[in-house]
Design a protein around this ligand. Structure first.
Ligand code: NAD
Ligand code: UD1
Length: 338
């Protein structure tokens, strides 16, 4: 009776594993460490006092993953494993297709073979493409993805929909994450990007820790409250909790369900900068730069469906996320590399 967590040593995966262990789930992690470190497992143990079973396996490797299914009694899957860099996906689209779509196909094949009915999938707000309105509802049109990474998420959503049509017993939760930020309050786990961060919060914390001279604010002429881009930043611990809500929802045998996971509230780049300064009592140098290609003015979620149907509601706010991101970064200036 175990939950298989693919990509369970990654940023969102590790926080979800902590929530699962703290709620007495039996957890099996599969990860190939392409974007994470073994040290994560020690940190999970420090936080929870529990050691999930771990297999270093590439999820695109059917034969190796099958051995895990043979050994473990898997009842549910949370599928985080995937590559997520927009820039890398533009340079190497085939890698993203092979890894992200390939691993999902292998998992679905094994679900079928081993009669595993329940799966939660990490999708993204990126499937909405360039939104013509906010907040975004699950029923809004999807498609028009602006990069190969986003396209893999959309394609996997369609794979899952086709699988659900053919497998009436399957229960599938597609979770569309908005912008996860923050870290576990212990400061022991958090986001550990390779190289120069693409995303806003890890860039901010690297400026704060002195690794980068200033933040580049990409554009101040958007049609927003202060001209800078607006996003829906959700604390990663709230996001992790959303996966437990989804597992519970799947116990009701709903078939395929889709939920946005966000706060429903937009925050601009400068609002986040100022919240970070206030929460951590420091000044953050920034420079206004040209817009980043592909960015949109505003993006935030309509969150009432996740609340009504699975009782999901965020508990933490932007200040909590700023404080926790900084605690993680300041305690681990080089991430998991000591
Ligand atoms: P992450 O890179 O920290 O975690 C992904 C994990 O999957 C890593 O530990 C990596 O080593 C592992 N992995 C990748 N390919 C694998 C494979 N073939 N076999 C086994 N393990 C593999 O990323 P994250 O931020 O934790 O994101 C988790 C999931 O959520 C991803 O699917 C991502 O696309 C999705 N998502 C993330 C965000 C975000 O902003 N972080 C937003 C929307 C959706
Ligand atoms: C980006 C990706 C999206 C992906 C998501 C999570 C792009 C165009 N979009 O979303 O597909 O699902 O990350 O990985 O890459 N910003 C700055 N300075 C920075 C970094 C960001 O001003 O150094 C601004 C951006 O212009 C944006 C906001 O901060 O307005 C958030 O950016 P980011 O964290 O990269 O997230 P998204 O653009 O929403």
């Amino acid at each position: 009776m175990a939950v298989l967590v693919t990509g369970g040593t990654g940023y969102i995966g590790s926080h979800t594993v902590v929530e699962l262990l703290n709620n007495n789930y039996d957890v099996v992690i599969v990860d190939n460490y392409v974007n994470s470190k073994p040290e994560v497992l020690n940190r999970i143990f420090k936080i929870t006092g529990k050691k999930p079973r771990f297999y270093e396996v590439d999820c695109t490797d059917y034969a190796k993953l099958k051995k895990v299914f043979q050994k473990e009694k898997i009842t549910d899957i949370i599928h985080f494993a995937g590559l997520k860099s927009v820039a890398e996906s533009v340079a190497k689209p085939q890698l993203y297709i092979d890894n992200n779509i390939g691993s999902s196909k292998v998992l679905l094949r094994l679900m079928d073979e081993f009669n595993v009915t329940n799966i939660v999938f990490s999708s993204s707000a990126t499937v909405y493409g360039v939104p013509d309105h906010v907040p975004l509802k699950e029923s809004d049109k999807i498609g028009g993805c602006t990069n190969p990474y986003g396209q893999t998420k959309l394609d996997i959503e369609y794979l899952l929909k086709d699988y659900a049509k053919e497998h009436k017993e399957a229960n599938i939760a597609i979770l569309r994450y908005f912008n996860p930020i923050g870290a576990h309050e212990s400061g022991l786990i958090g986001e550990d990007p390779n190289g120069i961060p693409n995303n806003l919060m890890p860039y901010i914390t690297q400026v704060a820790v002195g690794k980068r001279p200033h933040l580049n604010v990409y554009g101040d002429d958007y049609k927003t409250v202060d001209g800078t881009g607006v996003r829906d930043y959700i604390h990663v611990v709230d996001l992790a909790h959303g996966h437990l809500c989804a597992l519970k929802k799947l116990e009701e045998k709903p078939g395929l369900v889709i939920y946005n996971l966000g706060t429903g509230k937009g925050t601009s780049v400068l609002e986040l900068v100022h919240a970070f300064e206030k929460a951590n009592n420091m000044k953050l140098p920034y420079v206004i730069c040209p817009r980043r290609p592909g960015d949109v003015d505003e993006n935030y979620a309509e969150v009432s469906k996740a609340y009504k149907e699975m009782g999901f509601k965020t508990k933490l706010n932007i200040e909590d996320a700023c404080r926790d991101s900084w605690r993680w970064q300041s305690k681990n200036p080089n991430g998991y590399d000591k």
